[in-house]
Design a protein around this ligand. Structure first.
Ligand code: ADP
Ligand code: ZN
Ligand code: ZN
Length: 760
């Protein structure tokens, strides 16, 4: 029986890291659990305050004589706060963080934020006049003006920020509209802009059909396949069944409409809903779709919101002012108390895994949350993660497949794989294969749009010496510096940068030359090969400014360019019906990353990229250029064969004992002193040895790999070593982790050594 409880008084305060210890009186023994709400005397005057229990212990951390006693437990009511504290506790146990780290992740933090003055664009014209203006703008090909005016078909007012950042409207577009009094600019001090993405003000949901030109109307008739999924899940919901479902629908199969059907049903029964969408896909288009359908019930968050703005949104949710929260990973912690449904769109996305402590996966946390608060969980993807598909096959998850595109005459694109080794043999040294080159010409001729996808993040160009062969490296990290067009050399890991040196720092030779292919280089080559084509480029450099990603996509959607070149980023986001050709320039670049998931990621990226072609009636083409056409990930992506990919991938995972066939724990130890990192690893190995001795033979299938140097051995002047442990039983790995952690802590090394566990 625990005799002491750690209690936090104000969970919304920045300093949640300061729990207070109280004694549990005999009368309340057994009633106090982590997460429950209690009344305690607090401060000098012993005012009665209510707080939450965040930890229990048998031994006091302070003089027990001076500890105060808990007065009472709030029984019965399940508050959102106590739910979240339970989640934090679960995360701490599962991912091995401290309770503080877990609490800071799940609890909204209040911050003082000044009221902002905001400016709004309002429409002064009536509907008829507005339509006339839109037609005129369209006739004159004033695309930006048309786009802006169209937005007023949906809403009465738009924040100035939204117009300039998301809709990409410049002052010169606004000026004549303001002068002609079609629009006016209002200033008002108002409630903090709830989303910064959109709109407040009531959407004009009159269903007049005016919207159908610019996007989906408010509610589409679901097709038979979509309806079956909705009926089945809703039927179970009404029977009181709550479980996890995998919705496996090819790109363009209409998964979002299915989610909205489900949300309708759950809302009608009073349930609240959380929808997770990868940050990169949280565009104006997606957001508007939900807003049109659910209006004021919806709120959005994104990572650009300040802590204060996020807090405001969570506060509105807690008070019941909004019922549907849409956002990236962190939206999961919306404090709803009648949660009925969680949807995770693109559930395979890497962005759902947190890279800071606690290193949680949103899918796993969502599963726990759904189960403990009586909600269902729907995971949607065209390329489900190997983990989720395995669970679906095992019957742990309900499974639905939609194998057709939703739009009537939209068909899957024709895909061809080009072997670049052969191109080279035949004397083609350009980055475009013959097939891609001629398709590009054809599409440009027809004024259709093209996306070129470079399967690589950022740049690959580095400077190396033609005399001694040395590449210029970051002095703090174990990587080469990336060479930018403007002459800078930048470390993409720590930000270190220098100007291009005149000669080799090692041998003094002046012959330094760039190597590798980056999006900038491709842009230059495209412009050379197609001088008339208008080209846009989307990568870290062009999107680093606020709204940059959205701006480029909007411009492309408006056909302000013929070709969009980009990295991973172009795979998600807008529905771009005029894109009829997707060229994947170097499909294999991500195949050889030092990560057991790189094959899966390559398959997913290629399939998703290919899925962007031919979203409407015009047939789409996809060209995959590769040096390893026979690799199963590439072959399966070309054939759009998920099942084939999965079978091969699982063979590999089973053979090498990788998740999900086995649990895997990674221990990363880092220290500015190389010997220290090594020593930590030796200690960890010893601790594992101890554990093994205590285990029965059945448990002892533990396999240890390493320690080895991390793929990037030196990062930010820290040396990093990695140790892998594999075991069928996840719980055993957790035991081992706790043991190692204790051992390392006992050495009192925590300040000279950092260690990190990652379990999957
Ligand atoms: P996914 O999320 O599966 O890729 P979306 O939900 O974005 O697919 O739908 C793809 C396209 O099909 C969208 O333009 C959407 O408006 C359209 N669509 C979806 N369902 C239907 C339907 N039942 N009837 C007509 N069009 C639909
Ligand atoms: Zn040199
Ligand atoms: Zn660096």
């Amino acid at each position: 029986m625990a005799r002491f409880a750690d209690i936090i008084i104000d969970i919304t305060h920045e300093k949640v890291d300061r729990p207070f210890q109280y004694r549990i009186p005999d009368a309340l023994q057994g009633e106090i659990t982590v997460g429950c709400q209690v009344d305690v005397p607090f401060g000098r005057g012993d005012q009665i305050r209510s707080g939450y229990v965040v930890g229990l212990s048998d031994t006091p951390s302070y003089d027990p004589e001076r500890l105060k006693e808990i007065l009472k437990v709030h029984a019965g009511t399940v508050s959102a706060g106590s739910q979240l504290i339970k989640v934090a506790w679960w995360m701490k146990e599962r991912y091995g963080s401290t309770m503080n780290q877990a609490l800071k992740t799940v609890l909204p933090v209040k911050q003082q934020v000044k009221q902002k003055e905001s400016r709004w664009l309002c429409c002064s014209a009536d509907r008829e006049e507005l339509m006339r203006q839109i037609k005129e703008a369209a006739r004159k090909k004033y695309r930006a003006r048309e786009r802006l005016l169209r937005a007023f078909l949906d809403v009465e007012r738009i924040s100035y920020e939204m117009a300039t950042q998301q809709l990409n409207i410049t002052a010169s577009t606004l000026k004549p509209l303001l002068a002609q009094k079609v629009l006016r600019l209002d200033s008002s001090v108002c409630y903090r802009d709830p989303t910064r993405l959109l709109l407040t003000g009531r959407a004009e949901l009159d269903g007049s059909g005016a919207l159908s030109e610019s996007g989906p109307s408010i509610q589409l008739w679901l097709n038979e396949e979509q309806q079956q999924v909705v009926d089945s899940i809703c039927g179970q919901y009404d029977e009181g069944i709550r479980r996890t479902y995998l919705l496996h629908g090819i790109t363009g199969s209409g998964k979002t409409e299915v989610y909205m059907g489900l949300i309708d049903h759950v809302r009608a029964r009073g349930g609240q809903v959380i929808v997770l969408i990868p940050e990169i896909a949280l565009t104006y288009q997606t957001v508007l779709r939900f807003y049109r359908r659910f209006g004021d019930q919806v709120s959005f968050i994104n990572s650009k919101l300040s802590a204060g703005e996020r807090y405001d949104q969570f506060e509105r949710a807690r008070k019941g002012e909004v019922q549907i929260m849409i956002g990236p990973r962190s939206a999961l912690f919306t404090p709803f108390c009648r949660l009925g449904l969680i949807v995770i769109d693109e559930e395979h996305e890497g962005a759902y895994k947190s890279e800071t402590m606690p290193r949680y996966h949103a899918r796993e946390v969502a599963e726990y949350m759904a189960a403990s608060s009586g909600a269902s969980l729907v995971l949607g993807s065209a390329t489900p993660s190997v983990e989720s598909y395995t669970k679906a096959l095992q019957g742990v998850y309900g499974y639905y497949k939609i194998a057709r595109r939703a739009k009537k005459d939209s068909v899957l694109p024709r895909v061809q794989v080009v072997d670049m080794r052969r191109e080279l043999k035949e004397g083609n040294r350009s980055i475009f294969s013959g097939a891609l080159q001629s398709l590009m010409e054809e599409k440009l001729e027809k004024r259709e749009q093209i996306m070129l996808f470079l399967n690589r993040r950022g740049y690959s160009r580095f400077l190396s010496c033609r005399s001694c062969g040395e590449a210029i490296r970051c002095p703090h990290c174990d990587v080469t510096l990336t060479f930018h067009q403007d002459g800078r050399l930048v470390c993409h890991y720590c930000g270190y940068q220098i100007m291009r040196p005149p000669s080799c720092p090692v041998c003094g030779s002046p012959y330094l030359a760039p190597f590798g292919t980056g999006t900038q280089k491709i842009e230059a080559q495209v412009k050379e090969a197609f001088p008339k084509a208008r080209v846009l480029r989307m990568d870290l450099d062009t999107t680093s400014k606020k709204g940059g990603h959205e701006k480029i996509l909007t411009a492309f959607a408006d056909h302000e360019a013929d070709i969009l070149i980009g990295t991973q980023m172009i795979v998600k986001g807008h529905d771009l019906p005029a894109v009829t050709l997707v060229g994947i320039l170097a499909a294999d670049l991500s195949l050889y990353a030092p990560d057991f998931r790189c094959g899966e990621r390559t398959f997913q990226l290629l399939t998703q990229a290919a899925g962007r072609a031919g979203r409407d009636a015009r047939a789409g083409d996809v060209v995959i250029q590769t040096y390893s056409p026979e690799h199963y990930c590439i072959a399966a992506a070309a054939a759009q064969d998920y099942e084939g990919f999965y079978q091969k991938e699982m063979e590999y995972r089973r053979l090498l004992r990788y998740p999900p066939s086995c649990a895997l724990m990674t221990l990363l130890a880092g220290s500015p002193k190389e010997e220290m990192a090594q020593k930590a690893m030796e200690l960890a190995q010893a601790a594992i040895g101890d554990c093994l001795k205590m285990m029965t033979e059945r448990d002892a299938d533990i396999q240890m790999i390493g320690p080895v140097n991390a793929a990037i051995y030196k990062l930010n002047d820290i040396y990093r070593k990695i140790l892998y442990m594999k075991c069928e039983n996840y719980a055993i790995l957790i035991q081992i982790r706790d043991h190692i952690e204790e051992g390392l802590k006992k050495q009192g090394w925590s300040d000279k050594l950092s260690f990190q566990f990652d379990l999957s």
